[in-house]
Design a protein around this ligand. Structure first.
Ligand code: NIG
Ligand code: FE
Length: 413
């Protein structure tokens, strides 16, 4: 589901508490604003045609919306539907073997250099037909929805040939339940049939990008040793921008290789990872409109240092959290788990973790006027927690507190 549909259910959700970033403009939250959460208890939410018409004290919401059918919220806590702005759901096979090898001391980058890693998943993904790939993406995104995700970005990047990349993007766009945002990660890795990154980009930019741009909203590149150089990333992203795509970068995962300066120069939406980012990079992001998308599961899986979340927030950067769901470095589909890691490993408050998976994640996907808040005019994307307090979504590690997930007023899970 890529674009908003008209219509949707109407009802009045009662007997609740509600917690969300306060109403605001579509601008992302920075610094002290990131952690501010407005709680209303008791609360009711009026939903009209799949949109939030009112959130507030039950009597006020009832008086203003008397004809809506009441729905019992059973004392649950409503938070905005979670938004996962960085996922890789389009793949075949798995990498449980590599996970176990790494557990016994093997190194991720060395596995990649010797033809495993991303290349292993590319082989498995090329072996799927369109139906198989669609089934895989739906299954992965169904897991996300069950964990409270109502909108998810989904990257290609495990095909790296024309047909498999296009099939991947179409499979992401075709997911029917949650809202999806396809991203063309054409520059993920150099596939084995090409002698160099430059030769591969000659092919990808002429044969794949023009068609990928008809389905995708954004383009992404893995700028890292062993993947693509800053010069190659510059070439790829400029071509993507000419096709009208928003720009994203995987950068500073293992080394600072120029992703942040390039992202600022090109006006990219985000640089994602940032485990290796130092003080200069933090300052450059803080002085820019480029979001810092932090992926603590990848750092955890690969036993790397965590990204400098506290410095980024305190300096005023736009900080966002995402799962990075993929079969190699982050086999995790749960934003609540990411929120737990944010609070325990990144020094973020629960309020900062909530805004970073709602309002700011919506901004990275160009949807912050419509998604990420419980506020009038926003889509009725609502997660109900069976917990005494909204902070349990982060507090309860891998908990099962999610009682209901609404997308535009329809029950998803
Ligand atoms: O974001 N860093 C590059 N790409 C993915 C992992 C890809 C893989 O290992 O399959 C990531 O971590
Ligand atoms: Fe990623």
């Amino acid at each position: 589901m890529a674009a908003p549909e008209g219509g949707g259910p109407s009802f009045r959700l009662e007997n609740l508490a509600a917690a969300s970033s306060p109403a605001g403009t579509g601008a992302p939250l920075r610094g002290g604003d990131l952690g501010r959460v407005l709680t209303v208890a008791p609360a009711a939410i009026a939903v009209v045609d799949g949109r939030i018409a009112a959130v507030g004290a039950p009597a006020e919401v009832r008086v203003a919306n008397p004809d809506l059918e009441p729905v019992d919220g059973r004392g649950r806590v409503a938070i905005p539907g979670l938004i996962d702005c960085h996922t890789h759901p389009a793949f075949g096979g798995d990498r449980a073997n590599e996970f176990d090898l790494r557990a016994q001391g093997a190194d991720y980058e060395r596995i990649h250099a010797s033809g495993g890693g991303i290349a292993a998943t590319v082989r498995a993904t090329r072996g799927l037909d369109a139906d198989g790939l669609r089934a895989a993406v739906s299954r992965h995104m169904g897991w996300m929805a069950a964990n409270g995700t109502t909108t998810a970005e989904g990257k290609s990047g495990y095909g790296l040939d024309r047909d498999t990349e296009l099939r991947s993007l179409e499979a992401v766009a075709a997911v029917g339940a949650l809202e999806t945002v396809p991203t063309y990660l054409g520059a993920h890795s150099v596939p084995p049939e090409f002698g160099s990154g430059d030769e591969y980009l000659d092919y990808a930019l002429s044969e794949v990008l023009p068609e990928a741009a008809r389905v995708a909203e954004a383009a992404d590149v893995f700028l890292e040793r062993g993947a693509f150089t800053a010069e190659q990333a510059d070439r790829y992203l400029r071509a993507a921008r000419e096709h009208g795509l928003a720009l994203r970068l995987h950068g500073d995962q293992f080394t600072e290789s120029g992703a942040i300066p390039l992202a600022v120069e090109l006006g990219a939406r985000s640089v994602d990872h940032l485990e290796a980012t130092g003080a200069d990079g933090v300052d450059r992001l803080a002085g820019s409109e480029v979001a810092a998308v932090l992926l603590p599961v990848a750092a955890l899986y690969l036993r790397r240092g965590m990204p400098p979340a506290r410095a980024l927030i305190d300096r005023g950067a736009v900080v966002v959290l995402a799962t990075d769901f993929n079969p190699g470095s982050a086999y995790c589909d749960s934003l609540p788990v990411v929120m737990t890691l944010a609070c325990t490993q990144l020094g973020m408050s629960a309020g900062e973790a909530l805004s970073a998976t709602t309002v700011n994640a919506a901004w990275v996907l160009g949807r912050s006027e419509r998604l990420g808040r419980l506020a009038p005019g926003y889509d009725a994307d609502i997660v109900l927690l069976d917990a005494p307090d909204w902070r349990h979504v982060a507090y309860h590690l891998a908990g099962r507190d999610i009682a209901a997930v609404y997308k535009r007023g329809r029950l998803l899970a």
